[in-house]
Ligand binder design. Structure first.
Ligand SMILES: CC(C)(COP(=O)(O)OP(=O)(O)OC[C@H]1O[C@@H](n2cnc3c(N)ncnc32)[C@H](O)[C@@H]1OP(=O)(O)O)[C@@H](O)C(=O)NCCC(=O)NCCS
Length: 163
């Protein structure tokens, strides 16, 4: 399967909203770690395509010294889409001279934890009960996934070499 990745453009809003809604119940997500609601559809990002089909999506925010991945979703999982999307964000960070990629995931998301660590991310912090606080902002966050209570945030980073 040939995957192409390109920056999200204004015409992609319906697809972006559809993918985010399918994964997160809407385009508004709690930016983990910041404890605030963010409309991910308004963020910069990349869209992955397989032919005419949307294969995945990543959104990010450029902060002080780090590019933070806000959402990443592979519509077609296990085919290299997630890796290709991370590669694209990594390139943006490098172009801007930013040497740190950061993200947060939740304690239940063992698949994502595996994926990020295999990519090269390292765990740097545990934010205990942070999802309980996020639920106050977005009550639709499920209580559990795969039989695991969703409670905590795990912070990961990938340090990039300075150019
Ligand atoms: C986490 C997530 C983004 C990973 O994306 P993905 O596209 O499945 O990841 P990749 O395909 O790049 O990598 C997964 C596996 O596929 C393999 N793969 C890579 N290219 C491949 C290809 N062309 N054909 C088949 N498999 C391939 C990778 O090697 C990897 O396998 P490994 O872990 O055994 O090395 C995806 O599972 C997802 O969308 N999850 C739901 C949303 C979510 O939890 N997001 C994260 C929130 S923090």
């Amino acid at each position: 399967m040939a995957i192409s990745v390109r920056p999200i453009g204004p015409d992609d809003l319906p697809d972006v909203t559809r993918v985010l809604t399918g994964s997160w119940g809407g385009s508004t997500v709690v930016a983990l770690g910041r404890g605030e609601l963010v409309d991910a559809a308004e963020l910069p990002g990349f869209i992955a395509e397989s032919g005419d089909e949307v294969a995945g999506l990543v959104t990010y925010a450029v902060g002080e010294g780090a590019v933070e991945i806000i959402t990443i979703d592979a519509v077609l999982p296990g085919k290299g889409v997630g890796r290709a999307l991370l590669d694209a964000v990594r390139t943006v960070a490098a172009e801007r001279g930013v040497t740190r990629l950061s993200l947060l995931t939740t304690n239940d998301n063992t698949h994502a934890l595996r994926f990020y660590q295999r990519y090269g991310f390292d765990l740097v912090a545990l934010h205990r009960n942070a999802v309980d606080r996020a639920r106050a902002l977005k009550p639709g966050i499920p209580a559990e996934s795969d039989g695991i209570p969703i409670r905590h945030e795990l912070e990961l980073e990938l340090l990039l070499e300075e150019r």
